[in-house]
Design a protein. Structure first.
Ligand code: FMN
Length: 768
């Protein structure tokens, strides 16, 4: 009886222990361990001698542990840089070990080739593994791992091997035909053989390793793998060299097979065994000159393919099967390239494209037009960069505004998927609102649009100051006019309406049905997508005299009549520094009248939900009296909010101490026009805080304003916002949306995604 009791107690303890272990494992697989490790969890219990957990052995390896932790920190902080460095290191080690085993002189060109191949593939590979770790997470841990392994083998391995062998061939001077031949002969065999090792490696790293250590682990295995292949290579070379002469192809099989056969001993059994075939196929370069077998100084291996059993059987395979395989490979390569290039997270969008545009287009305006045209064309082909739902937002496009999305914010009754906007001027004629939404913005402001078309100022009128990531522009509100913009926005709406089925089930919706909200309450009529707002900015024509207020009002009313049906928010621009006299309209009395007229006209918009009205004010009119005048006009006119900031005419405090400008940059900085860029951020932040206080104080302190509990006026912030931290700061200071322009010019099309990611990380750290 006592024995039975003791056994049961011991068993119960075992089960308890196993349960805890399982829970811990589940936690580390289902939530990606990278994410959990990023956020240090607070201790739930005060540690006492009895509840201090013992450290795992790998956490007690002194300098090794510290080095691994430092690596993990670097990986979290600068994943791309760390990734490239890791790859370079791994490929360097592989190459040195490979070359030292060849028994020949060291050849630096081989090393360079290996480093180039490694560095190019590092970031796409990293993205692939991040994506894989975030995908296919089912309840069953086994199923998750199995799916990841299979997906990796089916998709990644063929693509990577194609790239690897293709690049090896190309970089060693092979022609396209030879490269193709090498790919078709090496990739199928190497893919088959990789099944003997890499599934186990992949499964192990996904099961037990946090994301940040996976590249190192994979890399160590890769070095071992390549060293092994080199060892096989040396055996093959040794056998051939011993014969002391070039051999005809059929004879080649013998020494090579003899050398390889030694590796087929039972001791070498296991995953490595099959790799001998891949070696023979994979590491040999091909001769351009026919059947003669010669040594290749670069690679120290025969130039003709050896007739190993697998390669010969591959060549005997029916050509249709091979074609299918090749087509499949090509499709996979194309698919991965497409996936990478169209993702806003891809590093090329941040590091390559903006720099390329600067090099190719010395004139910043040309670069602007080229960027806009490219986005437009790519969007029409479905090849545009986009923020994929998996990148950030918790759910599908826009629907992530619901519970669980920490960035969701409610503005004008719409729950926005995120509070980041794209500021006016980037899409002056509403040519690319949809591609801009696809970049992940919660708000897109198109315009400024004038009633009649106008050229703006003479060129050149946009100047770069890369040392401070800044711009000076004096476009002067170049616009194709309200009619042209209205036609474009109307066509956009109609195109969408046609694709939707109406109440009867077919034939599409009418324009008016869409305008009256047939898309659903959560789909604003301007943006035409859930959780997003489209702002349309309007301004007076240059030739309209700012002292003639009636004429100014007429300009604005015309724009409202044309554009209001297609806008969620109309923005009145009285802050551009490049239209003479425009900023004078910020004085309280004229501003109140102008805004009042716009509000009245907007209320007449022929649709169910009327557009809101905001006014965009300058950062330079910032003394208390001027700001109070704006606040008074805002409250008395009934506009719904203020966009705080624009470019600045001031040139003080824009260049930090220690930053040196080239002569060209100094000249650019002194050009007439408005400056924009990160240097403006502190001013924007202070201005937002002051406007927030003044707007709130006015509503509380002025009896009779609106009604008993007037809704708070909404603030959007613009000016120098380029990081998640800055966005959070302006939001905490009282803004509902943080808008970006110059940040996109220097940071590329992934800027919005990056800012949101940084915000999420900051918020997660705060919560923990
Ligand atoms: C080239 C360029 C053109 C702009 N055009 C407009 C415009 O038409 N209307 C407007 O209100 N603001 C315009 N802006 C100002 C931006 O919308 C934004 O408010 C300003 O650049 C500050 O933000 P940033 O530092 O993020 O660029 C323009 C800015 C730039 C750089």
């Amino acid at each position: 009886m006592a024995v039975c009791f003791t056994c049961r107690t011991a068993l119960r303890r075992q089960i308890e222990g196993l349960r805890k272990l399982r829970q811990r494992r589940l936690h580390s697989t289902n939530k990606d361990s990278a994410r959990t490790s990023r956020v240090e969890r607070p201790q739930e219990q005060i540690p006492t001698p009895n509840n201090v957990p013992t450290l795992n052995f790998w956490q007690r390896l002194g300098p090794l542990t510290r080095a691994a932790q430092a690596y993990a920190r670097a990986q979290r902080k600068r994943p791309y840089v760390t990734q490239v460095c890791t790859s370079l290191f791994i490929y360097l080690c592989s190459d040195i070990s490979a070359q030292s085993m060849g028994g020949r002189d060291y050849d630096p060109t081989r090393t360079l080739r290996a480093l180039l191949i490694g560095s190019i593939s590092s970031i796409p590979s990293y993205h692939w593994f991040v994506w894989l770790s975030e995908s296919f997470n089912y309840r069953s841990r086994l199923l998750s791992l199995a799916t990841k392994v299979v997906v990796n083998q089916v998709c990644f391995t063929p693509v990577f091997n194609t790239y690897f062998f293709g690049m090896q061939a190309l970089l060693s001077g092979a022609t396209l035909a030879e490269t193709w031949e090498r790919i078709t002969k090496t990739v199928p065999v190497s893919c088959l053989n990789s099944c003997k090792l890499w599934p186990a490696v992949t499964a192990f790293s996904f099961a037990f390793l946090p994301l940040e250590y996976r590249p190192v682990f994979g890399g160590v295995i890769a070095v071992g793998w390549q060293t092994y292949l080199s060892y096989l290579n040396r055996l093959a070379e040794g056998s051939i060299a011993a014969r002391g002469e070039a051999l005809e192809e059929p004879e080649m099989a013998k020494p090579l097979s003899a050398g390889l056969a030694r590796l087929s001993s039972p001791k070498m059994a296991g995953p490595y065994l099959g790799a001998r075939r891949s070696l023979a196929a994979a590491l040999r370069p091909f001769s351009r000159s026919g059947s003669q077998l010669r040594f290749n100084n670069n690679n120290h291996v025969p130039r003709r393919p050896a007739s190993t059993s697998s390669s010969s059987s591959a060549s005997r395979a029916p050509s249709t099967a091979r074609n299918v395989l090749v087509a499949g490979l090509l499709a996979t390569v194309g698919g991965v390239a497409y996936y990478y290039a169209t993702d806003t997270r891809a590093s090329i969008h941040q590091w390559l494209v903006p720099r390329l545009l600067r090099v190719i287009f010395p004139d910043a305006e040309d670069a602007h037009h080229a960027g806009t045209a490219a986005l437009k064309t790519l969007y029409s082909l479905g090849l545009h960069p986009r923020e994929r739902p998996s990148a950030l937002e918790d759910g599908t496009d826009g629907a992530g505004a619901g519970g669980g999305n920490p960035l969701a914010v409610t503005v004008f009754g719409t729950t926005l998927a995120n509070p980041i906007g794209i500021s006016a001027g980037l899409d002056k004629d509403a040519e690319i609102p949809d591609p801009l939404f696809a970049l992940g913005a919660g708000v897109v402001e198109v315009g400024g649009c004038t009633p009649l078309p106008q050229e703006g100022n003479p060129r050149p009128r946009v100047f770069r100051i890369p040392a401070v990531d800044g711009l000076v522009n004096r476009y002067g509100l170049n616009s194709r006019g309200a009619d042209a913009m209205a036609a474009r926005l109307r066509e956009r709406l109609r195109t969408l309406a046609r694709t939707l089925s109406g109440g009867g089930g077919g034939g599409g919706l009418t324009e008016q049905e869409v305008l009256d909200g047939a898309l659903g309450e959560d789909v604003p009529v301007g943006s035409l997508r859930p959780g997003r707002l489209l702002c349309v900015q309007i301004a007076k024509n240059k030739k309209t005299d700012e002292r003639d207020l009636d004429a100014v009002i007429r300009d604005h009313v015309y724009c409202v009549q044309r554009l209001a049906p297609y806008a969620d928010v109309l923005v009145v621009n009285v802050s551009s520094p490049n239209t003479p006299g425009l900023r004078d309209l910020q004085a309280a009395e004229p501003l109140a009248r102008l805004l009042g007229a716009v509000v009245d006209e907007a209320k007449k918009t022929p649709r169910k939900v009327k557009p809101r009205v905001m006014v965009k004010v300058s950062p330079d009119e910032d003394d208390d009296t001027q700001m109070e005048g704006v606040v008074r006009a805002v409250w008395t006119s009934g506009v719904d909010g203020v966009i705080v900031g624009n470019t600045t005419k001031r040139r003080t405090g824009l260049v930090k101490e220690g930053v040196r400008l080239t002569a060209k940059e100094q000249k650019a900085l002194l050009e007439e026009g408005g400056f924009s860029g990160p240097a403006m951020f502190e001013r924007t932040l202070s201005l937002v805080g002051r406007y927030r206080k003044m707007l709130d104080r006015y509503s509380l302190g002025t009896p009779g304003v609106d009604d008993a509990f007037p809704p708070q006026k909404v603030i959007f912030a613009t000016g120098g916002i380029t990081t998640g931290e800055q966005a959070l700061k302006v939001l905490n200071a009282g803004a509902s949306v943080a808008m970006v322009y110059t940040g996109l010019v220097y940071g590329g099309s992934g800027t919005i995604t990056r800012i949101k990611k940084e915000m999420k990380e900051k918020l997660a750290i705060k919560e923990s």
